[in-house]
Design a protein around this ligand. Structure first.
Ligand SMILES: Nc1ncnc2c1ncn2[C@@H]1O[C@H](COP(=O)(O)OP(=O)(O)O)[C@@H](O)[C@H]1O
Ligand SMILES: [Mg+2]
Length: 249
């Protein structure tokens, strides 16, 4: 599905990514973890076609990516909801833009809001929703377009620990029901191990290590010792990176 070949991205003189090579198979999940500023968002944006490589390329289904694809769903770090639109309208927006008829929009929006447990909040504006509810609306808005590739940047990091686990459970549940290729950027070890079939550990501008996670897909994994073993392995590869300034949590 995704092939990244010798990818480099510069911002002016700053090298944000250097010689990145990564393959992500169709309908698999990949978690990308690394300290703040190592280039995670830049890598995700390159996969989304939102920034052009300075060198190398990104291939999606064998085709070089030159602009955003309409089949790719992106959930950005802040959710990106329009504050002047209700939850319903935020979710309906993309379908309207695609010229879908009203009855179909109504059916799809109702169904996804229901699935994500936020139908009762349909008429609220983003500032009237809790952080967890807002994030659900952001997820609904992307999923309603039925993407074949889902890219998420720190989808749960603005939430408290309980809501973060709820959102992670929800993402896993949605994936199990309807597997699509998913790439999520996170700086949480627990999240990477819970949601990543492959865990990619980054250091500044580069990939440091990759781990295949045999326990992916087990909803109860958090209560098992194996989970902590993989968390420890990821932590070992991160070294003291995460405790460096700005990385937090
Ligand atoms: N638009 C930009 N202009 C200049 N520098 C940027 C821009 N976006 C990111 N950077 C720099 O590129 C590096 C990687 O950033 P980013 O991909 O956002 O990292 P992460 O998501 O891992 O925190 C950082 O040093 C950051 O300051
Ligand atoms: Mg980032």
């Amino acid at each position: 599905m995704i092939q990244i070949r010798n990818l480099g991205v510069n911002y002016g003189n700053e090298i944000a990514l250097e010689n990145i090579n990564l393959d992500i198979s169709g309908n698999k999940t990949c978690a990308i973890i690394g300290p703040s500023g190592c280039g995670k968002t830049t890598l995700l944006y390159a996969m989304a076609g939102l920034i052009a490589p300075s060198s190398g390329k990104v291939l999606i289904n064998g085709e070089e990516l030159r602009s955003p694809r309409k089949e790719t769903g992106v959930i950005l770090q802040n959710g990106g909801l329009l504050p002047w639109k209700t939850a319903w309208d935020n979710v309906a927006l993309g379908l309207k833009a695609r010229g879908i008829d009203k009855t179909t929009i109504s059916r799809k929006v109702t169904s996804i809001l229901e699935e994500l447990g936020i139908l009762e909040h349909r008429d609220k504006y983003p500032n009237q929703l809790s952080g967890g509810q807002r994030q659900r609306v952001a997820i609904a808005r992307t999923l309603v377009l039925e993407p074949d590739l889902l890219l998420m940047d720190e989808a749960s990091s603005a939430l408290d620990a309980i809501n973060r686990e709820h959102i992670q459970n929800l993402i896993l549940k949605l994936y199990m029901k309807n597997p699509t290729t998913m790439v999520m950027v996170t700086h949480s070890i627990e999240e990477a191990v819970f949601l990543g079939q492959t865990i990619v550990i980054m250091e500044r501008a580069a990939i440091k290590h990759m781990i295949e996670n045999p326990y992916f897909g087990d909803e109860d994994i958090r209560s098992k010792p194996e989970y902590y073993n993989i968390c420890l392995e990821v932590r070992k590869w991160l070294g003291n990176e995460l405790s460096k300034e700005g990385a937090g949590k």
